[in-house]
Ligand binder design. Structure first.
Ligand code: ATP
Length: 319
């Protein structure tokens, strides 16, 4: 087939712990990632020429080589030059529904969709593992976006272990439209402020025993156990994100949003990734919609956007 439409879901971080610095300059992380049904749609149409053309309906999304979907296409052309020569490029159209610069992996999931789509259009027959290896070259969150669902992510975030799906849960998302946070800024600021407390990380990337005082480690194991037992109330209580320590003080509006949501006693509430999206967990769609109404009534600001989304079991999906 010469054209495909793909669903590219967003993610939230149920858990994000920064363990230390890696020799490659990235941070060593321990995360629990969860796909949600808020998603972009990516249309790929074979164009029969030796180039890729990109169009996106969102003004803040770059339509040049810096777009992750475009980078994904160039990577595929470089890795599979024979297929590129034989079948040519594609026109990529991104229908944006995921807010930009929101901590929801909007760009990463677009890149993942292009990898999956070109594999199909060029008939390469890549395995999920092979697609994830390519995805890791594009960015730390891209491998997760291929498979989606619920997963532990370690290393830079690219080493994945799937967890049982907990897709009966709902997340209410809230984000100020005019506010976005740079992921690079968030990690660099964290390093400046908390780098002294990092655990030493070995050359293979794993944290090693230390004689210095490591920072008080939160425990990913506890939330993983709660997920294994489908214990939603515990999952809600064990949400964690180290990046809140730098993003909330820099953006008091986000801190206030989080506090307001917390007052309504959801299962749990937390900022996703590098923010500024704040999410709250709910056990049913009715509960989630009620929470959304409470948030809108408490903060009647036209700049505040909210969504009710359900946890999702799969990753990139063909329409
Ligand atoms: P993450 O959670 O993976 O750190 P994010 O959700 O915080 O990412 P994105 O929505 O991916 O942030 O956008 C971050 C920046 O990436 C944007 O400011 C934009 O300039 C750039 N970008 C490149 N490609 C895309 C794309 N396909 N969609 C959205 N943003 C993109």
């Amino acid at each position: 087939m010469r054209s495909y439409s793909l669903i590219a879901p967003a993610k939230i971080n149920l858990y994000l712990e920064i363990i230390g610095d890696r020799p490659d300059g990235y941070h060593e992380l321990a995360m629990v990632l969860q796909g949600i049904d808020l998603a972009d749609r990516i249309d790929l149409n074979a164009n029969g020429v030796d180039q890729f053309r990109l169009h996106c309906d969102h003004p803040e999304v770059p339509a040049d080589e810096s777009n992750l979907a475009y980078k994904a296409a160039l990577l595929m052309a470089a890795e599979f030059p024979d297929a590129f020569e034989q079948y040519g490029g594609v026109n990529i159209t991104i229908h944006k529904h995921i807010p930009v610069g929101a901590g929801l992996a909007g760009g990463s999931t677009n890149g993942a969709a292009v990898l999956v789509g070109l594999d199909l259009i060029w008939g390469l027959g890549l395995t999920q593992g092979e697609l994830q290896d390519l995805a890791a070259k594009l960015g730390s969150d891209v491998p997760f976006c291929i498979a989606g669902g619920t997963a532990i992510a370690t290393g830079r975030g690219e080493q994945l272990s799937p967890l049982p799906s907990i897709n009966s849960l709902y997340a209410v998302l809230a984000k100020y439209r005019s506010l976005s946070v740079s992921t690079v800024w968030a990690y660099q600021t964290y390093r400046k402020q908390f780098g002294d407390s990092y655990s030493p990380v070995s050359t293979t990337g794993s944290a090693v025993g230390t004689s210095t005082t490591p920072k008080q480690r939160a425990h990913a194991g506890e939330i993983v156990a709660a997920i294994m037992h489908h214990d939603s109330s515990k999952i809600g209580k064990l949400l964690h994100n180290d990046l809140e320590k730098v993003v909330l003080p820099a953006h008091p509006q986000v801190a206030q949003l989080r506090e307001t949501i917390q007052q309504f006693n959801p299962l749990g509430t937390m900022m996703s990734g590098s923010g500024p999206t704040v999410f709250a967990l709910a056990e049913s769609q009715a509960e989630a919609k009620h929470l959304q109404q409470q948030i809108q009534a408490a903060l009647p600001d036209p700049d505040l956007q909210t969504w009710v989304t359900q946890f999702r079991a799969g990753g990139i999906q063909i329409v």
